[in-house]
Design a protein around this ligand. Structure first.
Ligand code: ASP
Ligand code: SER
Ligand code: ZN
Length: 578
């Protein structure tokens, strides 16, 4: 209906935003209760409210196509575009298929959350956190294999649900005009979905040499620890030796990878534990960083309603997440906080989401999201890059003098977290995109997963995997339907932000030593970007902080430049590649 008046579209959008806000709040409340108290009733309630939200969104998205060629304002056009993209899951309009799909997602997430394994020779069921400790601490190949394999069997039980979910989600995405769900996910970046894939590829090519150098160094050290019978000096690395259930970050085994003559000089986990730090204290540390930038303290309800600790008496989704229940000020995190260096960072990560949510709460409903999803994931991580030894000394966590030696141990530690992550961040959705497009069939699920892990990450499973297994299902975001490319983008963006904010403060320090703690200039720049939400295309938001309009790996490469040189010289002793 071309020529329909602007007032009409204005009215449509106003009603749309009010209706979606109401239904989203309801869906979030139900999902919160489900995630913090898993049982059949909360599962059904959360699935039903999500189905209702999706149903209304699909209906409104279809109605909105009448303005496709109408003369409407750019703001209206952007809102209409975002309406179709406002949810990461779209169901078919058939009500029974819609509830079936949202039930499947809730069921998969529940199965993942309830996963347990009993190690050989033990009588105790271990959950994911406990199995992860084994992977980090044990040096016994048989025990590591047991912990790894035990957890991965959770995937197998998820497989039938996942197959059906792919079918139904694709059907939903097609109803609102996307070729498949993966294409829908790739459409949320203010550019052609194909151009987006090339952007990702371009960024990966820039950081790939650094990854290969790190891989070669780590493999040589693992050969020293486990011997060539366990780790092929020229081949891919077996995933269970890398200290993390998905081999996505390797800092968990820093003790066996540290340069032999040098150490970090401190162990944040030890310090936190020795001081009797509580989970709430961990969150307070993170909050006070944001406050130092000029942002407001979190509201009292945050402290009353968040879940910081795993409850003893019921199943919950322990995977950390940040919530904004009313799209205004009812901010919360849900996390089973452990007193560790890793969780110290994760708490900063989660609060980054909360501060973003609060900053864009002033926007109209359809603009209450990050510039793109990589931005949402990058904010807290950017702050955590400023958790330097000097910062820890400033806030009284480190009392000793800082190690005066070189910076290599610290850079290596950071690289094991950030650089090791890059190809994993890429693989999860490279694989899912192909699954959604039909390029990978159910019979090929597991073999293709490992083929891609081998190609990009240079890792292999502890032993050949039965094609009937479903190892992608053992990674939270797959059963929980959370897109993953955002983490790859965030891993690049956070260094771009860090570099820009450090330079904005007028600091000429090397990037890995610089901290934006206490900088009101940095805080102002960040706030300007956060408040935009997704009211503008993401290059505008990026420009607000960095002055640049494209995502660039330059910040990351500059940060790690001293390590790259060191790795190049170390790698004269060992082959590179697999
Ligand atoms: N830290 C978790 C992860 O990134 C949860 C989150 O994104 O908030 O998966
Ligand atoms: N939080 C994300 C994950 O756990 C990215 O680090 O995979
Ligand atoms: Zn996150």
């Amino acid at each position: 209906m071309i020529g329909s008046s602007p007032t009409e579209v204005g009215r449509f959008l106003e009603e749309t935003e009010a209706r979606l806000l109401e239904l989203s709040i309801e869906a979030q409340q139900a999902d919160w209760v489900y995630s913090t108290y898993i049982n059949p009733d909360t599962e059904a309630l959360s699935a039903r409210t999500l189905a209702r939200l999706i149903g209304v969104t699909v209906d409104l998205a279809k109605r909105s196509t009448r303005w496709n060629d109408a003369p409407i304002t750019p703001v209206e056009a952007r809102k209409l575009r975002l309406l179709r993209l406002s949810l990461p899951l779209i169901a078919p309009s058939d009500p029974s298929e819609s509830t079936e799909l949202t039930r499947l997602v809730a069921t998969m997430e529940g199965k993942y959350a309830r996963g347990r394994h009993v190690l050989r020779g033990s009588a105790t069921e271990l959950d994911l956190q406990e199995l992860s400790h084994v992977l980090q601490e044990s040096r016994d190949p048989a025990r590591l294999t047991d912990a790894w394999t035990g957890w991965h069997s959770v995937g197998r039980s998820i497989r039938p649900d996942f197959e059906r979910y792919v079918e139904l989600a694709n059907r939903g995405a097609r109803e609102i005009g996307f070729p498949d769900m993966g294409a829908m996910w790739r459409s949320k970046y203010d550019m052609d979905p194909e151009a987006f894939s090339s952007e990702v590829e371009r960024l990966w090519r820039e950081v790939e040499p650094l990854y290969r150098s790190l891989h070669a160094y780590v493999r040589r050290r693992l050969v020293e620890t486990y011997g060539p019978d366990h780790v092929d000096p020229r081949g891919p690395i077996p995933a269970h030796f890398l200290g993390n259930m998905w081999a996505q970050s390797w800092e968990g085994i820093f003790p066996i990878l540290a340069p032999p003559e040098e150490s970090l000089g401190f162990d944040l986990t030890r310090i936190l534990v020795d001081r009797g730090t509580t989970p709430t204290d961990m969150v307070r540390y993170a909050e006070s960083f944001f406050v130092s930038l000029g942002l407001d303290p979190l509201p009292p309800t945050f402290w009353e309603r968040s879940m910081f600790v795993r409850p003893r008496d019921r199943d919950v989704v322990c995977h950390a997440s940040a919530w904004d229940l009313d799209f205004a000020d009812d901010l919360r995190i849900k996390m089973c906080i452990e007193i560790t260096d890793e969780d110290f960072r994760v708490v900063h990560h989660e609060l980054g989401h909360n501060y973003y949510q609060r900053a864009y709460a002033g926007q109209p409903y359809l603009f209450r999201d990050s510039a793109h999803d990589g931005f949402h994931e990058a904010v807290g991580d950017t702050i955590a890059l400023s958790v330097t030894p000097e910062y820890l000394r400033k806030i009284g966590l480190l009392s000793t003098a800082l190690p005066t030696g070189g910076d290599i141990p610290l850079l290596l530690y950071r690289a094991l977290e950030k650089i090791a992550f890059l190809p994993f961040g890429l693989v999860v959705d490279r694989w899912r995109w192909e699954v959604f497009s039909g390029g990978i069939t159910p019979a090929e699920y597991n073999d293709t997963w490992w083929a891609m892990r081998r190609t990009y990450q240079g890792i292999v499973p502890p032993a050949a995997r039965d094609p009937e297994e479903f190892d992608p299902g053992a990674k939270f975001h797959v059963p929980a339907n959370v897109p993953y490319m955002r983490y790859f983008l965030a891993a690049i963006l956070q260094f771009q932000f860090h570099r820009a904010l450090v330079r904005a403060m007028g600091s000429g320090e090397p990037l890995h030593r610089a901290s934006i703690y206490g900088s009101k200039e940095a805080g102002e720049k960040l706030r300007a970007m956060l408040e935009m939400g997704q009211s503008r295309e993401w290059p505008d938001a990026l420009e607000a902080v960095t002055g640049e309009r494209t995502m660039e790996a330059r910040g990351l490469l500059e940060y790690f430049a001293p390590l790259q040189r060191w790795l190049d010289s170390e790698n004269r002793k060992a082959p590179v590649g697999w």
